[in-house]
Design a protein around this ligand. Structure first.
Ligand SMILES: Cc1cc2nc3c(=O)[nH]c(=O)nc-3n(C[C@H](O)[C@H](O)[C@H](O)COP(=O)(O)OP(=O)(O)OC[C@H]3O[C@@H](n4cnc5c(N)ncnc54)[C@H](O)[C@@H]3O)c2cc1C
Length: 436
């Protein structure tokens, strides 16, 4: 197994349960991949990576229960804050932005139409797939969104949903992503939607617990450099040596799968020239308590000026502190990530202070830059640009001889999410059990 994220550990656990001898090679000195916990106060953890799940994420819920974990509702009670298009901060009940409702409604209708037309299990077979895969979401918006409020809100929406700059994704990928995740309203919603709950104590515990059960079958700090196959088996090389195995599951993001020296070479690469990194930097501002709640505010905000394009109250259930999570996405993520740490802090703290005027100086401050993480190369997931779905889609899960592919980017169900990662791991187990 290559990669000890949710996909790799799900696959390893499933194979081990069937009596297979399994070794998991993990490049980092920790398991979890795009899930990671930060202890913001003794015993209180927040998610630096994946955080939210909904009722339809049935595999995550099963795993949560199997591992003895619990979910907790995401915090949304109270009014929202909006700073949009040069207008000062405004407070509104609910989460609908103070923009032209008809223009935004029309935009969501157009997105719904695109989303409904996608063939989720095989997006490359969608009617008009070639045309939809030929243009970027940015070009689509230039053509179809005429009202300034829709043009202002669209990139914020895409940044929040997919951590994508509209210039980076094809229309087909955007529509597929929204469909795969349950439709734009489900993906966007807290209550009754994909962001309804969090895992109490942090999503990183899923992988930590799976890895604990696998014990010394998980080898940390062991990046796989080469996978060489012959008629009789596979040799997997890390810096420390090599092992000989019957089959390999590569459960890493597409660009990292391509970085491995495969012999013979696969007939196609996992990522293409137009596959971009998902762009998200997560910022956590820690306060003595969730002070905004006393003013009737939820901590939720949406902002067209960065760096924090949205904020949410992620205060741990364990109490003790209040945590405001800021999302820096799209092009803003690149600019923010390039700034010195002191400047990042000054900008984020100042913006939080403008959004929630009575906040004191935070007692803790954390920045997690996923864009430049060597072993993630972006998040939430890889972004497929023009032409990529048509080129790569049909071979998304086709094994390369004894090498099988997993990872959230290989799942047409809940692509990019924890749910997709787990489903891909389960699919890889079924493939291997049917073959060997
Ligand atoms: C900021 C952020 C917010 C997110 N929000 C959500 C959310 O709210 N809800 C949700 O469901 N999902 C969310 N996601 C997405 C979710 O985290 C991922 O879909 C999921 O964790 C991917 O799991 P994976 O196993 O496919 O890949 P990964 O987690 O990326 O695991 C791959 C593993 O392979 C390792 N690796 C890479 N190269 C090698 C190599 N050569 N040799 C050995 N090991 C290697 C990596 O270190 C990593 O541990 C978010 C992600 C981020 C970063």
């Amino acid at each position: 197994m290559v990669g000890a994220g949710l996909a790799g550990l799900t696959a390893a656990t499933g194979l081990a349960a069937q009596g297979a001898e399994v070794t998991v090679f993990e490049a980092r000195d920790r398991v979890g991949g795009r899930t990671r916990g930060i202890e913001v106060a003794p015993g209180s953890w927040v998610d630096a990576g994946a955080a939210y799940l909904g009722d339809r994420h049935t595999e995550v819920h099963s795993l949560v229960a199997e591992l003895g974990l619990k979910t907790t509702p995401a915090t949304t009670a109270g009014a929202s804050r909006f700073t949009l298009g040069g207008a000062g901060g405004r407070t509104r009940p609910g989460r609908f932005p103070p923009l032209d409702a008809v223009a935004l409604g029309r935009m969501f209708d157009l997105l719904d139409e695109l989303t409904a037309a996608v063939r989720p299990e095989a997006p490359w077979l969608t009617p008009d797939a070639a045309a939809l895969d030929a243009v970027t979401a940015g070009q689509w918006a230039d053509r179809h969104l005429t009202h300034p409020d829709a043009r202002l809100f669209f990139p914020l929406f895409l940044g929040e949903m997919m951590a994508a700059d509209p210039a980076d994704v094809s229309v087909l990928h955007m529509a597929f992503y929204l469909r795969s995740g349950g439709g734009l309203r489900y993906l966007n919603a807290f209550e009754g939607g994909a962001q309804q709950d969090r895992i109490a104590g942090g999503a990183h515990q899923l992988c930590e617990r799976l890895a604990a059960e696998l014990g010394d079958r998980v080898r940390l700090s062991s990046p796989v450099r080469a996978i060489h196959q012959d008629e009789a088996g596979v040799t997997v090389r890390t810096a420390d040596g090599s092992v000989r195995v019957d089959a390999v599951v590569v459960a890493v993001p597409p660009a990292l799968a391509d970085a491995v020296d495969h012999r013979p070479s696969p007939s196609h690469r996992r990522a293409g020239e137009r596959t971009a990194r998902g762009c998200a930097v997560k910022v956590h501002l820690v306060y003595p308590a969730p002070l905004w709640r006393a003013e009737g505010l939820s901590g939720w905000s949406v902002n067209s000026e960065g760096p924090l394009l949205s904020t949410v109250d992620d205060s741990p259930d364990a109490g003790g502190v209040g945590v405001l999570t800021g999302f820096v996405t799209g092009g803003e993520a690149h600019r923010f990530a390039a700034r010195p740490a002191a400047e990042q802090r000054a900008l984020a703290v100042a913006q939080a202070g403008r959004l929630f005027p009575h906040l004191p100086e935070p007692i803790g401050f954390h920045v997690t830059d996923w864009v430049n993480e060597e072993y993630s190369k972006g998040c939430y997931a890889a972004l497929l640009g023009p032409g990529e779905w048509l080129r790569h889609g049909p071979r998304l899960t086709t094994p390369h001889r004894r090498v099988h592919w997993a990872g959230t980017e290989t799942s047409t169900e809940y692509f990019g999410l924890m749910e997709g990662a787990i489903r891909s791991g389960r699919r890889a187990v079924a493939e291997l059990l049917a073959t060997y």
